[in-house]
Design a binder for this molecule. Sequence first.
Ligand code: NAP
Length: 279
Amino acid sequence: MADAPRAFVVGHPIAQSRSPMLHGHWLRQMDIAGSYERLDIAPADFSSFIRGLHSAGWAGGNVTIPHKEAAFAAVERRDAAAEAIGAVNTLWFEGETLCGGNTDAYGFAAHMDATAPGWSDASQAVVLGAGGAARAILHTLVERRIPRIVLANRTPDRARDLAGRFGASILPVAWADLPQLMSGADLLVNTTSLGMKGQPTLDLDLDPLSDAATVSDIVYVPLETPLLEAARGRGLRTVDGLGMLLHQAVPGFERWFGRRPVVTQALREIIENDIRGKS
Ligand code: NAP
């Protein structure tokens, strides 16, 4: 009988990762003989870890901070999302070939599709932030052909760089110009860490947005950020960040363990309880 598949999440530090909770739930729920482990590997040891993956018998795993760019460089084959985003968060083998993908864009889109049908019919989007997560969001919005995407970041050069990377639909703008450029926008996505527990609040007047706008915050600690609370107060449709985290785990699980898991309310409640317990 073949050995039970083993997968991991690798990062440094790694104690904070909720991925073992997610994948452990699915393994138990589907009664799959397999394991999902947390690995703390320092940057200096990452390349030898990657070289030894196949002989150590791993089916693959998730990659998190600070290894996503190193994983991008280390894999032999990449999926289209990883190529576009420039970072790898999921590893698997095809034969002996180490492959890398990025499932953050999938996770964002799957959660938006599930909770805010029609969201990508937006004609004008506003994206806040130009860090790692912004790349996955921009990739999704460009793939969904949203015609105009206003991009604002505290450090303007980073927004300009991403506009160069993701194409002509992206308009990098100064943060100070947001009030007028948000006028009539029907989608707003926060990808900055503003509003996250321990970080400053994102202070933004939502009045200029269209009355039909959807507001999404990918920050998920707390579950309802001040931005989402303000959007709800203004009567706008809101989408939280937790669903993205849950959905991004689906493709990796299917690759390592051979069954496609489902994001259920029960799973969501397990992670919500963990977040509430720690926030
Ligand atoms: P990152 O690469 O460090 O980028 C952070 C972003 O936030 C940058 O745009 C940065 O602007 C901005 N920022 C930070 N502090 C700021 C401040 N005081 N004022 C204005 N802007 C500020 O981080 P990331 O990986 O993109 O993650 C960003 C957030 O998304 C985190 O809260 C993370 O937990 C969340 N996230 C959620 C998911 C999910 O599945 N829901 C997935 C990934 C990330 P500068 O460029 O000017 O520094």
